[in-house]
Design a binder for this molecule. Structure first.
Ligand code: NAP
Length: 253
């Protein structure tokens, strides 16, 4: 029956940036759908673990800094050691740096590009190698942004990295669809998380943003749950290289 296609029982999902925000919401959704969730973060995921435990789900924490590619093999081996196989990767961890373009240093540029773009690619590559070796296919979901489509203001490295992730999602989908690997993206709109703290503290900017969102509110981690389950499940078997906006209508405007 159709709802069975959305079930993730027995699947292993790796989610980066699992300790808070959208990553936490998506971990919770994946666990509720039946997956064993490996949450990757540079600090404790205790809150996420607690939420999933209260839902009756399965969660395993992997502490790793995603500022470089150094920990990628460790992440994959930890997940495999714990659950025996890997089926899903959600590339969610990311940072934003708000600064006038003329003031951006090379170091600040690299910091954003390394986490948001470089590690996203190499983690996807490592997961795809596992999916191919297992012969099982798999699901990769990359978290994009409205700034995969737009330039934004005072966030050039972020806009560059998120535009790259959308392109990467298409490129990898084209190469890996033949192995039963679906690579897709989710582009969140303006969501109430740490990422937008600065914006939401600025009353004028916050009001201007809400005024432009047809749904009339900031998004939440819960708003990501349906899209991530769809893209991580058999329900999206013939969806390749597409990025779904979860934005309250921002892009439609
Ligand atoms: P968030 O609350 O700031 O979460 C970002 C996550 O990435 C946190 O778990 C963070 O860990 C982790 N992270 C950052 N640097 C890391 C590193 N070096 N190593 C390991 N983990 C690291 O923001 P969010 O809104 O949930 O963001 C999740 C994703 O959605 C990001 O890719 C973001 O760009 C994207 N997004 C967000 C919005 C929005 O409006 N919020 C809109 C579009 C796209 P720490 O807590 O330790 O920093």
């Amino acid at each position: 029956m159709i709802l069975d296609l959305f079930k993730l029982d027995g699947k292993t999902a790796i989610v980066t940036g699992a300790n808070t925000g959208l990553g936490q919401g998506m971990c919770r959704a994946l666990a509720q759908a039946g997956a064993n969730v490996c949450g990757v973060a540079r600090r404790s995921c205790a809150e996420t673990a607690e939420l999933i435990k209260s839902d009756g789900g399965e969660f395993f924490e992997i502490i790793a800094d995603l500022g470089s590619t150094e920990k990628i093999d460790y992440i994959i081996s930890q997940a495999k050691e714990k659950y025996g196989h890997i089926d899903i990767l959600v590339n969610n961890a990311g940072i934003i740096s708000r600064e006038d373009a003329v003031d951006v240093s090379e170091e600040a540029w690299d910091r954003v590009i390394d986490i948001n773009e470089k590690v996203v690619f190499f983690l996807a590559q490592a997961a795809a190698k596992e999916f191919m070796a297992q012969g099982t296919g798999g699901k990769i979901v990359n978290i994009c942004s409205m700034l995969s489509y737009q330039g934004g203001i005072r966030v050039p490295s972020y806009a560059a990295s998120k535009s790259a992730v959308l392109g990467l999602t298409r490129a990898l989908a084209n190469e890996w669809a033949q192995y039963g690997i679906n690579v897709n993206g989710i582009a969140p709109g303006y969501m109430a998380t740490n990422n937008t703290n600065q914006l939401r503290k600025d009353a004028d900017r916050s009001e201007a943003i809400i005024d432009r969102i047809p749904a009339g509110r900031w998004g939440t981690p819960e708003d990501m749950m349906g899209a991530v389950i769809y893209l991580c499940s058999d329900a999206s078997a013939y969806v390749n290289g597409f990025t779904i906006a979860v934005d309250g209508g921002w892009l439609a405007r």
